[in-house]
Design a protein around this ligand. Structure first.
Ligand code: PNS
Length: 183
């Protein structure tokens, strides 16, 4: 939400970090619900996810900006390095994490404790996934897509188009086709 008089906005800021490779309807659900709880929500895309990403950092940010365009109190940004350092730099108060299934909790709980230890005051709040998205993750979406399955219910339409565009075969000019190749 922009400040009314041009001054610095000091209303509480929450950070929702992730790889978002790609953003799914499950992420979007967490963003929409967190954006109703906090005056300002910063969706922060990590620059270097552990795995080789499907989309570049710029494209992941771009897709998120498109799907969040109708939420005026949501900003999309990128970060690298420690999350808690980014949270400090942005003067945020809260880290938001989505929880889908019980096994998420173990990992997320230890990250929350570690982040708090790394920087006292960096508290994490968990938002439980809506039941219809409890089984949706970026990695499962990519796997289903790679195997030719239908992911239309799991990602926003703009992401579906972006994924389809990645899969579209490169156009080869007729001159470069081998002689006798009838395909
Ligand atoms: O969507 P993801 O891949 O589950 O998100 C993981 C993310 C980005 C939240 C996590 O890897 C992270 O916080 N990375 C920044 C590096 C960091 O601060 N690591 C220490 C926390 S354990």
């Amino acid at each position: 939400m922009p400040p009314r008089n041009g001054s610095i906005d000091t209303s509480p800021l929450a950070v929702y970090p992730g790889s978002f490779d790609p953003v799914t309807n499950g992420h979007l659900d967490i963003i929409q619900r967190a954006a109703r709880c906090f005056p300002r929500l910063l969706v922060a895309v990590v620059a270097n996810p552990s795995k080789q990403p499907m989309f570049t950092l710029e494209r992941r940010v771009e897709l998120l900006r498109e799907v969040c365009a109708d939420m005026p109190n949501v900003e999309v940004d990128r970060f690298e390095g420690l999350l808690v350092e980014y949270v400090r730099r942005r003067q945020a108060q809260i880290i938001v994490k989505g929880l889908r299934i019980v096994s998420d909790f173990e990992h997320e709980f230890s990250m929350a404790v570690l982040n708090r230890k790394l920087r006292g005051g960096a508290d994490t709040m968990f938002v439980p996934a809506s039941i219809e998205y409890a089984y949706v993750s970026s990695s499962s979406v990519k796997e289903v897509f790679a195997l030719g399955g239908d992911i239309a219910d799991f990602v926003p339409p703009v992401v579906l188009r972006a994924m389809a565009a990645l899969r579209a075969p490169a156009v080869t000019s007729p001159a470069r086709r081998k002689e006798g190749d009838q395909s």
